[in-house]
Design a protein around this ligand. Sequence first.
Ligand SMILES: *Cc1c(COP(=O)(O)O)cnc(C)c1O
Ligand code: SF4
Length: 425
Amino acid sequence: MSRIAHEMRHEFADAAWQERHAVTRVDQLREWMGVDTDGSLMRDIQLGLARAPMAMRITPYLLNLIDWSNFLQDPIRKQFIPVGSEILPSHPLLKMDSLHERESSPVDGLVHRYQDKALLLATDRCPVYCRFCTRSYSVGLDTQSVSKKRASPFQMRWDTILAYLRATPVIVDVVVSGGDCFRLKPSRLLAVGMGLLSIPSIRRIRFATKGLAVLPMKVTSDHEWTDALVNISDAGRNQGVEISFHTHFNHPGEITDYTIAAAELLFKRGIRMRNQSVLLAGVNDDPEVMKQLVKKLSDLDVQPYYVYTCDLVDGIEHMRCSVRLACQIEKALRGITAGYNTPLFVVDTPGGGGKRDVHSFEHYDRQTGLAVYQAPSVRPDQLFTYPDPLQSLSPDAQAAWLDPQRAKRILSDAVEAARVKSMAV
Ligand SMILES: *Cc1c(COP(=O)(O)O)cnc(C)c1O
Ligand code: SF4
């Protein structure tokens, strides 16, 4: 079946059809691919999947947005379908679970890193799997390179999580993430939302999902699911608790008529929406692309909230951007539209320091590409480093990083420089 035929089908607007036809194997891509006469593209994808920590899962809706005549450069393809020929060696500072989420989990399925807010991992499934995902240690299926730490069954975890939240009234803000709440059944979504609303100390609840960006027809076709979300939002409003919906668009090309219809529906039904993007090379590492994204999101009544620099994840070094580039793009954006629709660019610091404004480094050496951050509200006694991607550095600096002795010195010099600077303030 051709792509046009797919689009014409009534089923295309049905989320259940999209989920049933999600592509998880390379051979299923063949019908979308057009000519690949010598099979080289197929082999390249197979090589990419063998090297990547995430399993593949992509909806027909997204496959239809890819420009297959320009497959390698396509910004949507890059986020979901790896090719072996683009993968670069990872930065030596990389470790799996670089955000140390597992260390900050007081109970299974809850990350409590910041004082008054916590992150709830409600599922390990997503409607799609993103190459650059931070949680590649737990979401998705096992791959050839990673065997995932499975979360225990939800019902077992849920009572423990609620008990912890009830006993920890300092937590007023809960992010429901995962995985992705688009993969929660309406009854489960409702149970999570109402369960959290039954705890008087919780003042704000966010549902984080990639769904609006990759499966917008869920909102317009899965009425039971959307009603569950709206019921939670209405119940929250009635008791003075803010319920919000956090989406994840990375490129203006991800916003279609389906997205507009879904966002309009949510807006009309009183759902507050915000967006968190990831800064990705070849996807949105361009001020013009980012400006379009911000404008389009604003028109959807989705507030651009954050742009994250890419976490240190194995197999995606080619997608990371430098701190310098993040600062430049932020500078280009600020002032183009309402300040409240201008995203803050943040680094989620490896080692568990939490999110820091990308500009707020204590020290940044553009030669070695190492930025050093403080996180007074999270771990005041520690310094946190974020490395620019190796390919953004000079050949000499790259060689230095690959030599363990010199790499150690780069780290200790940067930390020392940051200490001196922060003491002088
Ligand atoms: C991002 C995050 C939050 C929410 O942080 P905000 O800056 O308020 O968006 C909460 N907990 C964890 C562990 C997080 O990573
Ligand atoms: S949807 Fe979110 S949690 Fe799921 S793979 Fe993508 S970035 Fe990771």
